[in-house]
Write a protein that binds this ligand. Structure first.
Ligand code: PMP
Length: 362
């Protein structure tokens, strides 16, 4: 059957890791740890889990397609009007909605060479043209990205912090960039790891919405809130843009337990603070451990660290795997010598560092 959409022919599928149970069977190890997908090592908030369990009683009903209560809670927490919000089946869903709503074949989409894998995916799925901008700093070269905008550009994707590198850009850099973007080009500012960042000049994208009607900020419940498996995220945008995104989304794109859990998670300040504390301690623990092994890391403000193995990273990745530790190889991101490891609990980080020491000694 002929494929009219030529972008789809160029698409490489997103490669998720193997399920832990399958790996444990393959390796004959019962306590494999997965530090590969930037999940919260503390798990979900118990309040969120209880809310999700209670919500299961309702699963014979369709969810509230408008997500009224979660939007009301987000609106209050984020101090944005509810008509600026769009909920998604994970923030990936929102990224895709933006692409689906605004891209036509041949349109250009600008992102960094180290950008999150979903940006090229949604771009190609719409037969639009990815424009990858080099960055010698492992993150975004915002000046070069602004230079790359042409009259065919419709969307620019930015991630702050960036995945897979953990880098971030400051308020001055963001504002200088936004000032250069023509108003008919949408800027999607992906803040999946927003809650982890403590740096004083780290910009809150939401505060730029008023001056920049072409800005879409995306966030998620998958990371700090520990709800990756339930799939819930959101976008905040100008009401007209949010309206467009709400029109193109599936009517019931966020399920009942996810809506309930997300709402409860927003209120669980203890879980958020514990998660931040655990992450900051883990970042320090890994920085120290990697330095002891003489391995260079890319400075990270997120819940993962990317480090240079000093040569092909695949044998290190495989040795770690045999030792029961799953991390993320980054060959697909043009970083064949690097591995990305998610911050775990202190004992998990310790186990990773020991296994890495053994892998590097081989
Ligand atoms: N953006 C970035 C930068 C990410 O790293 C991720 C998760 N890996 C997402 C978006 C999507 O997360 P989710 O769909 O779970 O909200």
């Amino acid at each position: 059957i002929q494929l009219a959409n030529t972008g789809v022919q160029r698409l490489k599928p997103y490669e998720p890791g193997k399920p832990i149970e399958e790996l444990q069977r393959e390796l004959g190890i019962h306590d494999v740890i997965k530090l590969a997908s930037n999940e919260n090592p503390l798990g979900p908030s118990h309040k969120a889990l209880d809310a999700a369990r209670r919500a299961l009683e309702q699963v014979h009903l369709y969810p509230d397609g408008a997500g009224f209560e979660l939007k009301a809670a987000l609106s209050e927490r984020l101090r944005v009007d509810a008509d600026r919000l769009v909920l998604g089946n994970g923030s990936n869903d929102v990224l895709e909605l933006v692409a689906r709503a605004y891209l036509q074949p041949g349109d250009e989409v600008v992102f960094s060479e180290y950008a999150f894998a979903v940006y090229p995916l949604v771009t190609l799925a719409c037969s639009a043209t990815p424009v990858r901008v080099e960055s010698h700093l492992y993150g975004h070269d915002l000046a070069a990205m602004a230079d790359a905008i042409t009259e065919r550009t419709r969307i620019v994707f930015l991630a702050n912090p960036n995945n897979p590198t953990g880098t971030w850009f400051n308020d001055h850099a963001l504002d200088a960039f936004l000032a250069r973007v023509p108003e008919e080009v949408l800027v999607v500012l992906d803040e999946a790891y927003f809650e982890y960042v403590e740096e004083s000049h780290y910009p809150d994208g939401l505060t730029r919405l008023r001056d920049h009607p072409n800005l879409v900020v995306t966030r998620t419940f998958s990371k700090i809130h520990g709800l990756a498996g339930l799939r819930v995220g959101y976008g905040v945008a100008h009401p007209q843009v949010a309206d467009v995104l709400n029109r193109v989304r599936q009517p019931f794109n966020v399920n009942i337990p996810a809506l309930a859990a997300a709402q409860a998670a927003l209120d669980d300040h203890d879980h958020i603070e514990n998660s931040k504390g655990e992450n900051a301690a883990g970042l320090a623990q890994l920085a120290e451990g990697l330095a002891e092994l003489n391995l260079e890391q890319i400075p990270s403000v997120a819940n993962f660290v990317t480090f240079d193995c000093g040569g092909d990273a695949l044998p290190v990745y495989e040795a770690l795997l045999r030792d029961g530790v799953i991390v993320r190889p980054l060959g697909g991101y043009g970083l064949p010598n690097h591995l990305r490891v998610t911050i775990g609990t202190a004992p998990e980080n310790e186990r990773f560092l020991k296994a890495l020491g053994r892998a590097m000694a081989r």
